[in-house]
Design a protein. Structure first.
Length: 336
């Protein structure tokens, strides 16, 4: 690849930047079907991209043009490694500084030997799409206890379950235990029909959804029947010692202080624990403090515990979700 900048001083910060790609076949994949990848970059950065032979010329504000060129170079490098480029990968390239995609700290090299930060499961390979997600994935593999804090749609639980499945497949843990407080989100559902499993399954469904993304359909029921994967409400954790397991507590903002302390002290030999939650969506009764809020205050700074904070900029669902979160955050600031 070669890059050249054509700059007209009279045009202020508007400039052209040319990036050449030697392999035309890979360049076609880089552009995407009907140039959808280029359109995605143009829309995100407010630039114009023109193809000239084996070159792509970006036109727009200087910083946006530089970011677009870096994203194109990172995506081309991905194609050279034999990896596909999808719209999600384009989004990740735009969010992630290029150095973060290709360079790992020395203590992470053994953990991610392929050179990229990614989580391998039986159905798919998961790659972080933002710097915060990348830091979170590293923390999940480095620390025995990790907190992922931030708004909905940032991948906190999804990445934690992916890490759990990856470590289970590799034999680093012997089982996976996923838990949530059985707290209704602002509405009373009344008594649910069925046995205990049928009563709690509606609360646990997001965890089932994540597992189904990472394990073959026939394998998951068998592993659950053999108790190698357990999904249970937080109340069922009392009195247990969770050894040789990867344990995930989702929606931890709805755990009381006593429940949180009880859960954290279940950590047994050879186990890892991930606690995820959004402290802006607490559904506990008025006057009942959140155990997650208390845990962050008490445990921050304790050696060996990892904390990752996500923001609206880390949302990887529909772009409108990030705008909604930002609007609510702005409204909260105005009311303070």
């Amino acid at each position: 690849m070669a890059t050249s900048v054509l700059h007209d001083p009279s045009a202020g910060d508007i400039r052209d930047k040319s990036v050449s790609f030697p392999d035309n076949r890979l360049l076609i994949d880089l552009c995407g079907e009907y140039d959808r990848h280029l359109t995605q970059i143009e829309t995100a950065l407010s630039v114009v991209i023109t193809r000239r032979g084996n070159e792509l010329v970006l036109h727009g504000e200087g910083d946006a043009v530089s970011r677009g060129a870096e994203a194109l170079e990172a995506l081309y490098q991905r194609l050279e490694q034999g990896r596909a480029v999808e719209p999600g990968d384009v989004e990740a390239a735009l969010r992630m500084p290029r150095a973060d995609q290709t360079t790992l700290a020395p203590d992470q090299l053994e953990m991610f030997q392929g050179g990229a930060v990614e989580i391998r499961t039986r159905k798919k390979t998961i790659e972080p799409r933002t710097p915060a997600q990348q830091a979170y994935v590293k923390s999940l593999f480095k620390h025995e206890l990790v907190f992922g804090l931030g708004p909905a749609g940032t991948g906190k639980t999804y990445l934690a379950v992916a890490a759990a499945v990856s470590m289970f497949i590799e034999g680093r843990v012997g089982r996976i235990i996923l838990s949530r407080p059985a707290v209704e989100a602002g509405e009373r559902l009344g008594f649910l029909p069925g046995d205990m499993k049928e009563k709690v399954d509606p609360y646990m469904q997001p965890l089932y959804d994540a597992l189904n993304d990472f394990l073959p359909g026939k394998q998951l029921p068998r592993l659950m029947e053999e108790k190698q994967i357990e999904i249970a409400p937080l109340a069922f954790m009392r009195g247990r010692t969770l050894a040789n397991a990867f344990v995930v507590l989702d929606e931890a903002q709805n755990a009381t202080t006593m429940q949180m302390k009880m859960f954290l002290t279940r950590l047994g030999e050879g186990s890892r624990m991930a606690i995820t939650g959004d402290m802006t969506q607490i559904d506990l009764p008025r006057g009942v403090p959140s155990g997650l809020v208390e845990a962050e205050k008490v445990l921050r700074g304790v050696d060996g515990i990892g904390f990752t904070r996500f923001s609206a900029g880390d949302v990887v669902r529909h772009p409108m979700v990030a705008k909604i979160i930002q609007a609510y955050e702005a409204a909260d600031k105005r009311s303070d």
